[in-house]
Write a protein that binds this ligand. Sequence first.
Ligand code: ATP
Ligand code: MG
Length: 414
Amino acid sequence: MTDRVKQLEQQLLRDPFDAAARGEYAELLLLGGHHEQSLSQWLLLLKQEPKSAAAHLGAARCCHERGDGSARDAHLEDARACEDFDADDPFVRSLAPAEETRLVALRGLAGGKQELPARGEVISIASTDKVRFADVVGMKELKKLIRLRIIEPFLKPGLFQRFKKRSGGGVLLYGPPGCGKTLIARAIATECEAAFTPIGISDILNMWIGESERNLAAIFEKARQQSPSVLFFDELDALAYARSKANSDHTRTLVNEFLNQLDGMSGRNDRVLVLAATNMPWDVDEAMKRPGRFDRQIFVPPPDAEARAEMLRMKLCDVPTDWYDERALSAACHHFSGADIDGLIERAKDEVLAEILDSGDERNLTHADLAQAAEAIEPTTLEWLKTARNLVKFGGAGAAYKDVEKYLRSAKLY
Ligand SMILES: Nc1ncnc2c1ncn2[C@@H]1O[C@H](COP(=O)(O)OP(=O)(O)OP(=O)(O)O)[C@@H](O)[C@H]1O
Ligand SMILES: [Mg+2]
């Protein structure tokens, strides 16, 4: 830490409401690469000055560095709404080209005819924030399986061809919400050294009525041109749902186009991997699961105790924290998803920040804060696990969901 940072720390201890000092402190932390700490300082400043564009931009930059695009965009929106917002800010400008590329890509997909959709309604075309396997906590067995079944065949298609194993094709990740399906999909793309294109099915369904099939075909075509690439269809059940309803010719043709594209994919060695994710695998049409389509299905379970402890350690490593017992906390977080653990930490931080603003005394996060937050949070996986149990135990879905059954038994939920 530089002398200036230490000076500012002293200054803030004397006067926690010195906004200029806090802004400078947050900025220096950010420049020093301490993104989490800097973010908490900007957030603290925002409590004091909610209409400060600089503080929103600072927070946006931290979120950007942490790879949290949606939080970054939310802060950017807030910054834009502030009176002192400066569109010429270097960070705002640095984002502009990416946005422009995305819009050009969308214009291309839309055949250049349609009006572009308003902000927030678009398909995200590319994600630059790389997630590696090492960033995905736990899931040791799952990572091994993914290496063998997805990454290696993709990186060494020749080897697998000699053993008459396919590379590419479709893989469906399923499991309770917040347990890392999207995260691991992004990590797979990085590990495969492939371009990653995430596509929300509901985006396709909602956009450009009548143009969706063309968009879909264009997306697949672009992935082939860009290969090696990974296409990631989130919320696959939304499409299956649309099919079962089949309420319009339009959705029917869209689903058929999707199946066509998948079939077209399996015949060639395109080096395009199609990943999809769903919380509701039982709602996904059987037609989707036929050979050559999403015939490989992988269960992404909630983190076990060891993984939860590691997640806490990882996610708290750059938060000002006193001693805490990660084993005890992990035990208190039974059935928590990764997202629930994020929520726990955010909640504990909020409480502490609010207290600091009230009392004017800065302090670190403690075990008690975390334990209290853990107690206040209900795990979001339980409902999913109950539904899965009913289906596996009584609904005759046992054979298709062997891994789920194994998990439920080990978690004593069966
Ligand atoms: N294994 C993990 N390691 C580290 N963080 C994780 C892990 N699993 C989940 N998380 C955290 O939870 C957040 C949500 O995970 P993610 O979006 O991948 O879940 P999901 O399974 O796709 O959920 P949904 O079904 O709601 O789409 C991640 O951004 C990450 O912060
Ligand atoms: Mg997801």
